[in-house]
Design a protein around this ligand. Sequence first.
Ligand SMILES: C[S@@+](CC[C@H](N)C(=O)[O-])C[C@H]1O[C@@H](n2cnc3c(N)ncnc32)[C@H](O)[C@@H]1O
Length: 193
Amino acid sequence: MSASGGQVYDRWFLLGEKRNELLDLWEVQQYGQDSFGDPDYVSIYGLKPHEWYARGVRIPGRTAVECTRDQLANLIGRDIAAAARAASATSPTVVDLFAGSGNTLHWIKTHTGAHQAIGFELDDTVFSLAHANLSIMDLGIDLRHDSYLRGLPMLTNVSEDDLLIVFVAPPWGRALSERAGLDLRRTGPFPIL
Ligand SMILES: C[S@@+](CC[C@H](N)C(=O)[O-])C[C@H]1O[C@@H](n2cnc3c(N)ncnc32)[C@H](O)[C@@H]1O
C-alpha cells in the first residue's frame, strides 16, 4: 500500500484534517499528484517541493492548497511589472493584503524591482510558518502578523512618490466552484468582504 494508505490528497482533505498540520514532503507531492497529476505542483520560492523541503521550508495543509505556486505567481508578477513600467514612479512598494506563503509577493517584488514588499497574514499557524520560511529563503519580505484592516492604516513608510501596488487575493474557500464560478460572498473560513 502507498504512504497515503489510499487517502486521496485533495483540497478538501488538506483544508480539513490537515489544515494546520505540517506536511511531510511525500504529502506535498501526493497532493500535487492526486489533484493535478504533478508531484512538483506546489513549487514555491522558485524551488520544487524536494528542494524547498531540503532547505527547511515547511507548510501546513492549508497553505499547500491556498498558496500561489511559482508558475502562476511568476505570470502575475510579470503582468504587474508590465503595467508598473507604464507609471512614472521610480521604485514601487508592493503590499499583499492576504499574504499566505508570501510567494506572490516574492514574484511581484522580483519582477517590479519593488524596494519594499509588505504582507499581512492573520492566521497564527500560516504566519509563523511563512515567517520562518521567508527568513530561511532570505527574500527581503516584511511579513506582518495582522489583519490588513488594522495593518494598512499603519503603513507610514510609503512615500507619496511611491507607486503603490496592492495585491488582493482572499482565501476562496467555497467561493470558487467549478459550476458557478466565483462568488466573493462565500470566501472562507469567513466572509471577508
Ligand atoms: C489565498 S491565501 C493567499 C495566498 C498568497 N497570495 C500566496 O502567495 O501564498 C489567503 C490568506 O489570507 C489570510 N487572511 C484571511 N483574512 C485575512 C485578513 N483579514 N488579513 C490578513 N490575512 C488574512 C489567510 O489566513 C490566508 O493565509
